[in-house]
Design a protein around this ligand. Sequence first.
Ligand code: FES
Length: 111
Amino acid sequence: MEPWVPVAQVGDIPPGHAARVEIDGVPVAIFNVGGDFYALDDTCSHAEASLSEGDLVEDRYVIECPLHGSSFDLRSGDAVTLPAVEPVRVHQIQVGDDGVLRIALAGENAA
Ligand code: FES
């Protein structure tokens, strides 16, 4: 599989917003913080919740899980508040000159 997968146009996800995409069957959450993009596993490490539906706290670079409120650091994937203790994976994301967001999956799903 080509490692960099096109997922969206930059303008599709305005600052302060999130989107959920699937790459090779893996749900991935994309967040825009002031024009910088971050990509994490969309499924919370605590239970079956979609992080892209949580609250994005831009000044702390965290996403709060919509189900039980754990916060995950957008840059490291670390769970910074309970009840989640396991991190979620961070995926590489880049903005192309063509305005297309592309993601390369991390870990066992990498090409
Ligand atoms: S499902 Fe995310 S904190 Fe419980």
